[in-house]
Design a protein around this ligand. Structure first.
Ligand code: NAD
Length: 484
């Protein structure tokens, strides 16, 4: 296979020579072979990217001064250029992180352009000022302004969609951005840069600095940054929050999860199977909001364990580029080690393995782990408490709805969740009491119109919806005097 190699960085609206000769080499988690390389950004490259973003934001005629309509024209071109590259974007993500191609086409190929258009239109439609009759006689004229230069730091699991949860609202609002992709998934970020260049985004509006955590930390702390938007692990999020706390720098954090699917006693299991797959094993178990704790009523516990076991066994494992594949490899050998460590922990703590637990037979290369189900455990087990980030489910019994809710809420995380029942309103009533940011009934999807984000160790702030735009804006008020 020919490799995908870049020699320059996308900074200040063009392709620039990197400051050092350091390179990030990308390996396929399926073949374990090299698939490409990009320059690794150094501190000097980050300085150049932040300076370019600062200039594009601060200049009197800069991006922040444009009307939403003017920005909308450029962003529409950006959306079209992204669409023109959607198939290749999906392929690159799948090649780099093992995401099944049918999912990559939806999440990674399709979603970015949708988000760019959604937030651009929201900006155009938004009233420019909100005049409020004052209680003290005057009028308060409240307006929203772009917050400034944004540092966007993203993970490898859903790299393009997560990047655009930040880029789309930030750019629409008039902010300029320095994006730091994860080292595992840089090739898609370079393709996205090509789309930005082809669309004619003005110099400095978007800049991309690939690198590891040191580069991320340097960017987050950079004096030229006004706002940080981070998605990744709770451990890294906590460090970033400390930095931002010290600097009094606004920060949004989308972190880990250990969400619960509550199956009520009247759930129609057969009708729910496909959606249940979607909330448990999607992207090989590597999505933050997945429901990796399945809570099942004791009256139907055996049946539910058997059904999930059959589901796990039925999933086609293999090359993520094969459209029939449901489970691809984990992103790296390190990630597989981590997941296997949790499987060993589950066994040693006495949970019953009903299927999976090992590497699939007959696959010679790649970081594969079989879809794995543990039963006969309670919510105190390590595998029920910690985020595994792999295809491993814990099926935990409950006696009644009160206990189900208590178990669902007994977590240091609070990101997603779902409730399953033949009675939608009954399920919605329980969903309303789940302590997390977003909860689905009989399915789960991050709809662009709804704020997405977590509570507790799952993060701070929200993305998507109008709230996801407001996070990139400052409020400004002019007090007008009483009339007469
Ligand atoms: P990670 O935190 O190790 O890395 C995420 C990104 O942050 C990478 O670009 C990395 O280089 C950078 N980074 C790491 N430490 C940093 C630091 N101290 N300062 C600045 N940047 C730093 O996470 P990961 O292993 O790549 O991704 C998996 C994690 O992301 C999981 O915990 C998952 O739940 C979480 N995640 C959350 C969401 C969400 O929306 N809540 C979405 C996807 C993934």
């Amino acid at each position: 296979m020919t490799t995908i190699d870049y020699r320059e960085l996308y900074i200040d609206g063009g392709w620039r020579s990197p400051a050092t000769e350091d390179v990030i080499t990308v390996n396929s988690p399926t073949t374990e072979q090299v698939i490409g390389s990009v320059p690794a950004a150094s501190a000097r490259d980050v300085d150049a990217a932040v300076a370019a973003a600062r200039g594009a934001f601060d200049a009197p005629e800069g991006w922040s001064s444009w009307s939403p309509e003017q920005r909308g024209e450029v962003l529409e071109r950006f959306a079209s250029e992204l669409e023109a590259r959607a198939a290749e974007t999906a392929r690159r993500v799948s090649l780099q992180n093992g995401m099944p191609i049918w999912l990559a086409e939806q999440f990674e190929g399709g979603f970015p352009a949708v988000l760019v258009r959604y937030f651009s239109k929201m900006m155009i439609d938004a009233p420019t000022v909100d005049e409020r009759a004052g209680m003290l006689g005057g009028t308060a004229r409240v307006s929203r302004h772009p917050i400034g230069v944004v540092a966007a730091v993203v993970p490898w699991n859903v790299p393009q969609a997560i990047s655009f949860l930040k880029l789309a609202p930030a750019l629409a609002a008039g902010c300029t951005v320095v994006l730091k992709p994860a080292e595992e998934t840089v090739l898609d970020a370079f393709l996205m840069s090509e789309a930005a260049a082809a669309a004619g985004l003005p110099p400095g509006v978007l800049n991309v600095v690939p690198g590891g955590r040191e580069v991320g930390a340097y960017l987050v702390e950079h004096p030229g940054i006004d706002k940080v938007s981070f998605t990744g692990s709770t451990a890294a999020g906590s460090k970033i929050a400390e930095t931002c706390g010290r600097l009094l720098r606004p920060v949004t954090l989308e972190l880990g999860g250990k969400s619960a699917a509550i199956l009520l006693d009247d759930v129609d299991l057969n009708a729910s199977l496909e959606s249940l797959f979607g909330v448990t094993f999607l992207n090989n178990g590597q999505i933050c909001w997945l429901n990796t704790r399945v809570l099942a009523p004791r009256s139907r516990y055996g049946e539910i364990v058997d059904t999930l076991t059959d589901l796990a066994r039925s999933l086609q494992i293999g090359d993520p580029l094969d459209p029939g594949t449901k489970i691809g490899p984990l992103v790296s050998a390190r990630q597989r080690e981590r997941v296997e460590g949790y499987i060993a922990k589950g066994k040693s703590e006495g949970a019953r393995l009903t299927t999976g637990g090992g590497r699939p037979a007959g696959i010679e290369s790649g970081f594969f782990v079989e879809p794995t189900i543990f039963a006969d455990l309670d919510n105190t087990a390590t595998i029920a408490r910690e985020e595994i980030f792999g295809p491993v489910l814990s099926v935990i019994p409950f006696s009644d709805e009160t206990e189900a809710l208590a178990i669902a809420n007994d977590s240091e995380y609070g990101l997603g969740g779902s409730v399953w029942s033949s009675d939608v309103e009954r399920a919605a009533g329980i969903a309303a009491k789940v302590k997390s940011g977003t909860v689905g009934v009989n399915h789960y999807s991050n709809d662009p119109v709804a704020p997405f984000g977590g509570i507790k160790n799952s993060g701070l702030g929200r993305e998507l919806g109008p709230e996801g735009l407001h996070t990139f804006q400052q409020l400004h008020t002019v007090y007008l005097p009483p009339a007469g």
